[in-house]
Design a binder for this molecule. Structure first.
Ligand code: HEC
Length: 492
């Protein structure tokens, strides 16, 4: 990701926000969960006639409702799993039919209980209870988890296909009303065993300033496209960096100095839509940079179609939306850490340390009133946990003096994205002049971190080394992605 560590002190935030510019935010998820609870009821009723298909062994079996694939589990898996776990999906096995899912029943329950599946890094902890839920939260409800547990306990029975519960519509992952599509210019072949990070520079053909209010990235080859970040390059500088195939290598960011993030995407995500009346501006002549993270499969693969869809907002919006990148400071915003050896705060994650914390506090004085409608975390491979908070020295309108905006306690570089609050724009957290954004990033720079082991191996290194801020695989970041809306009249 673009590293705004050059952002100066004091008026930092505004400076950062301004340079990060008018982008539209990343991802979000579309619709999902209405059907879940309803299906629980209907399917329980539906199972009555199929009790004979499984032979309960426990003595209190009379009380246990039979739970079966067709009656109870298929509707949950269609909505929450088979977007990735299907024959053509990115996951290594299918959970789309009884035959393919049954062998994975225990593993599925285990992964859901551990919180690793479906992949969704935002979590509630003792340190972080965000005031709002997330749009299109794919996690299983308590009732759904209970059903899955009961199904596995009962031996994962199939049930009667003749009385199968109706299957809900899976979440929509296409942006169905997009106006513009930009696509990688040439096919790339993905081979070997190293992850590949390529930046594609594409001209979207905007001859006038254009307002955008929704975006979606589509993987050309879902087997190898691991995640994608999309940026607007107002300067056009990315055009000078590409090779004859239209791309250049890049890891931590778009590889150019000024670029505005517009989307952060991981597989399975639904389109990112801004709240109503919010749009972000793409100035005439801008190029789009798509940074694609390719993960080889072990056999030669081709990606010829990874693309970014944009929906145009036809009128001038009431609010300007953008994804501000705030963090990566080595200046006055960096707070002291346990391992500062030189008498001043330093961003350095010492080799071998399992639990190293860096904290930053960005007090923003010169900002117009903002609303924070989406938020995301960004670190590299050494990171394990990141928390973003908001502090208000003089809160009003019933806003809390401090609140946690997001924590991703099981950080995984492969599943980074932004999360949108499931609340209207006039309810989501406000940020006023004088308020501060707090970042806490935790790192494990030891061989007990499997991502560090892998990253070292790819560099041909056998042991951890001190890690500092930067854009390379073995550098780190501590960067908040903040989706903000500013009234148009305040934004100029
Ligand atoms: C967004 C895509 C996606 C969704 C949605 C998803 N998975 Fe996965 N799943 C993957 C990928 C990719 C892997 C293999 C790589 C990995 O482990 O991260 C995987 C691995 C797994 C594994 C084996 C590894 C482990 O963690 O135990 C299980 C079991 C699993 N998924 C179950 C599920 C279940 C059950 C659901 C739905 C409740 C689900 N997944 C939803 C992408 C997904």
């Amino acid at each position: 990701m673009h590293s705004p560590k050059m952002c100066g002190p004091a008026a930092v935030l505004l400076a950062c926000v301004t340079t990060i510019g008018c982008s539209d935010p990343g991802p979000g998820l579309a619709s999902a969960s209405e059907t879940a609870d309803a299906s629980t009821d209907t399917t329980t009723a539906g199972t009555a006639g199929t009790a004979g298909t499984d032979a309960p062994t426990t003595t209190d079996a009379a009380e246990a409702e039979p739970v079966t694939w067709h009656q109870d589990i298929a509707p949950i898996f269609v909505q929450k799993c088979s977007g990735c776990h299907s024959d053509a999906g990115i996951a290594p096995f299918s959970l789309a039919s009884y035959e393919t899912a049954q062998p994975f029943a225990t593993a599925a329950l285990d992964a859901v209980e551990r919180g690793t599946m479906p992949p969704f890094l935002a979590d509630e902890t003792d340190d972080c209870q965000p005031r709002f839920g997330w749009q299109d939260d794919p996690r299983l409800s308590d009732d759904e988890l209970e059903l899955l547990r009961a199904w596995v306990d009962q031996g994962a029975p199939e049930g009667d296909p003749a009385t199968a519960a109706p299957l809900p519509e899976p979440p929509e992952v296409e942006l169905t009303d997009a106006d513009v599509r930009v696509q990688i210019p040439t096919p790339v072949s993905i081979d070997g065993d190293k992850d590949l990070f390529l930046c594609f520079s594409v001209d979207p053909g905007f001859e006038d300033d254009t307002w955008i209010d929704a975006v979606q990235i589509s993987a050309g080859n879902p087997q190898v496209v691991h995640h994608v970040l999309a940026y607007v390059d107002e300067s056009g500088a990315s055009a000078d960096k590409v090779n004859e195939d239209g791309y250049y290598p890049c890891f931590g960011g778009p590889g150019i100095n000024t670029a505005n993030l517009i989307a952060a995407w991981a597989p399975g995500m639904t389109p990112f839509e801004m709240p109503p009346k919010v749009a972000s501006r793409v100035v005439a002549g801008s190029r789009i940079v798509m940074q694609v993270h390719y993960h080889p499969t072990g056999k030669p693969e081709l990606d010829s179609a990874t693309s970014l869809d944009l929906r145009i907002h036809d009128t001038v919006p009431e609010y300007v939306g953008m994804l501000a990148l705030i963090g990566n400071s080595e200046g006055p915003q960096l707070l002291p850490s346990e391992h500062d050896d030189n008498g001043y705060p330093e961003f350095r994650i010492p080799a071998g340390v399992e639990n190293h914390v860096e904290q930053m506090l960005f007090k923003l004085n010169d900002v117009p009133p903002l609303r924070v409608f989406a938020v995301g975390t960004h670190m590299h491979y050494v990171g394990t946990d990141m928390l973003i908070g908001l502090q208000r020295p003089s809160p009003d309108d019933g806003e809390p003096a401090s609140e946690c905006l997001l924590q991703t306690p099981g950080w995984d570089f492969n599943w980074q994205r932004t999360y949108s609050y499931d609340a209207p724009l006039d309810a989501v957290p406000r940020f006023d002049a004088g308020d501060a954004l707090y970042l806490r990033c935790t790192y494990n720079n030891s061989m007990s971190n499997p991502f560090v082991v892998q990253a070292l191996a790819e560099q041909g290194l056998g042991a951890p080394k001190d890690v500092r801020l930067g854009e390379e695989t073995l550098d780190e970041m501590c960067l908040a992605v903040v989706g903000i809306a500013i009234a148009l009249k305040d934004a100029i």
